[in-house]
Design a protein around this ligand. Structure first.
Ligand SMILES: CC(C)(COP(=O)(O)OP(=O)(O)OC[C@H]1O[C@@H](n2cnc3c(N)ncnc32)[C@H](O)[C@@H]1OP(=O)(O)O)[C@@H](O)C(=O)NCCC(=O)NCCS
Length: 178
């Protein structure tokens, strides 16, 4: 079975980053991130209206059925991104990965560092067998990073996602454990 009962919440370290639990003290940073127009362009989730909404979201992020990590630069506690697994299907050893970074840090290789670590964590610690990613076909940056990590496009769904009065296409990528 997929392992989500850790003795303590994991802190993952890369060369430049610490990936750690998101707490209520991060509400302001989560609010800034989730209201950033550029970062939210292809993420079809309702925009937060207040820091209170961010507090509610952090509660959801910390639900026992998922693992969401705040991305911080080493020695700076502020959150510059989020990465993690949601929609974990225990019986199939499969989970959906999600990630976003403050645009200020795009194209710096930071997300590649974070994803490398989180994929390793998913396969080795959580015992996943496959990782899924669902993207808006227009999200070139997200496709590029998935391809860089050898995710394979497995499906293209036409107008399967309804958001704010419109139907959107989606692409499903997956990475199977070697
Ligand atoms: C998707 C996202 C995390 C990628 O972050 P990033 O900062 O580009 O990541 P990296 O710097 O590690 O770059 C990864 C690779 O993608 C390439 N890339 C990034 N943006 C690109 C773009 N718009 N077009 C083409 N290639 C792009 C980079 O050149 C790099 O390739 P390389 O290592 O071979 O040079 C970032 O764009 C983001 O946060 N977007 C908003 C949130 C989002 O859409 N999340 C995904 C939801 S499915």
């Amino acid at each position: 079975m997929v392992q989500l009962n850790f003795d303590s919440f994991p802190v993952l370290e890369t060369e430049r980053l610490l990936l750690r639990k998101i707490t209520m003290e991060d509400a302001e940073d989560i609010f800034l991130l989730r209201t950033n127009e550029e970062a939210m362009k292809y993420i079809k989730k309702p925009k937060l209206r207040s820091v209170n909404d961010a507090i509610e979201l952090i509660k959801v992020m910390n639900s026992p059925d998922r693992i969401q990590l705040g991305i911080t630069l080493k020695n700076i506690t502020r959150i510059i991104g989020i990465i993690g697994y949601h929609r974990i299907v225990n019986e199939h050893y499969r989970a959906e990965i999600g990630y976003m970074l403050n645009p200020q840090y795009w194209n710096t290789g930071l997300m590649s560092e974070a994803i490398t670590k989180v994929i390793g964590f998913g396969f080795n610690e959580m015992k996943l067998h496959s990782i899924e990613a669902i993207i808006d076909p227009k999200n070139m940056a997200s496709r590029k990073i998935l391809e860089k990590f050898n995710f394979i496009k497995e499906a293209y769904f036409k107008e399967n996602f309804f958001f704010e009065g419109e139907f959107f296409d989606s692409e499903v990528y997956s990475l199977v454990k070697k």
